[in-house]
Ligand binder design. Structure first.
Ligand SMILES: [Zn+2]
Length: 310
């Protein structure tokens, strides 16, 4: 039997040629009854909160939310009662279909609802109807739509746990929200916080939304609340358990430093093309992954600096 193994591996290897590498989300315990499902290559994370009265899920990507459901089913026979999506990008707000049996109430910001029904629905439909094997997760599935669109803070109580949902305004997208869970000393940031990876441009169906000034302002607003939070949970990258607001400080500093570097190059007469070619990531952020995500950001810094001066 042992001697056959190499052959078996060889066959499996051949069969796998051309197929997308399997993506397995890793459950990371944030605190009692709360887990972040971490994407292995830096795409979006999802978070699951278990209570005696049911489960709350934060963020769902159609490509990985089946694993979120699988994880929930393994831990409990209680239903998913709420789905909250941080913003309208496909990697955070397309996975509700997987939870349809549980009929969770889906809560988003009002702007998010709008963006989902406009460009994101268009992209979702195109991918669903495509024969491209990369979009196999979309086949026969629907995007659905949030049940509640909020434009002010909202507090939920589920199984003795308090959840404070706050629309944070325009930063990563037009409608980012955060979720504060005081008893768990956690604040779920969506893509307003990415760790150890260059932040992505807020995108929904190839429409780009990010606003650096707004993003910095939101980080300032959250830090000014001085919340008793042990861990700010990122939309992409690993959760730094117990690091607290240092992650927010680093994210803010990142935008200030990167923007100022671009500003210096503009002052030196560089064009956008030259900046894209010559920009050197400052040493303190050189270990960040996802360098390809920077490309659209140069344009964003450049345009926002040229148009508005900040
Ligand atoms: Zn994302």
């Amino acid at each position: 039997m042992k001697r056959r193994l190499p052959l078996l591996f060889a066959i499996v290897g051949v069969l796998n040629l051309g197929a997308a590498a399997p993506v397995r989300m890793t459950p990371v315990k944030l605190t009692d009854n709360v887990y972040m499902l971490q994407h292995p290559t830096g795409s979006s994370n999802a978070t699951v909160v278990f209570t005696n009265d049911g489960v709350l899920v934060f963020d769902a990507d159609i490509r990985t939310a089946d694993q979120t459901l699988e994880f929930v089913r393994k831990q409990t026979d209680k239903k998913i009662k709420y789905l909250i999506t941080s913003h309208s990008a496909g990697d955070h707000a397309t996975g509700a279909w997987h939870f349809r049996e549980d009929k969770p109430i889906w809560i988003a910001t009002k702007n998010q609802v709008h963006d989902l029904q406009m460009q994101e629905l268009k992209e979702f439909s195109e991918r669903r109807d495509s024969t491209d094997p990369r979009f196999a997760s979309y086949k026969g599935r629907t995007l659905g739509q949030p049940d509640i669109g909020i434009d002010g803070p909202m507090t939920l109580y589920l199984g003795g746990t308090t959840f404070v949902i706050t629309p944070e305004g325009r930063g990563h997208t037009t409608g980012d929200l955060t979720l504060y869970i005081p008893q768990k000393r956690l604040l779920l940031m969506g893509d307003l916080l990415d760790t150890e990876i260059h932040p992505g441009q807020g995108e929904s169906g190839e429409i780009f939304f990010s606003n650096v000034k707004g993003w910095i302002q939101i980080l300032d607003n959250i830090m000014a609340r001085n919340l008793p939070v042990d861990t700010f949970v990122p939309g992409h990258g690993p959760a730094h358990l117990g690091r607290g607001a240092k992650d927010l400080e680093e994210q803010k500093r990142y935008f200030v430093v990167m923007r100022d570097e671009v500003a210096k190059m503009i002052a030196a007469g560089k064009s956008l093309e030259q900046i894209q070619k010559e920009f050197k990531v400052p040493q303190e952020f050189a270990h960040y992954t996802g360098a390809e995500r920077l490309r659209s950001f140069y344009k964003l810094y450049y345009n926002q600096l040229m148009e508005t001066g900040y």
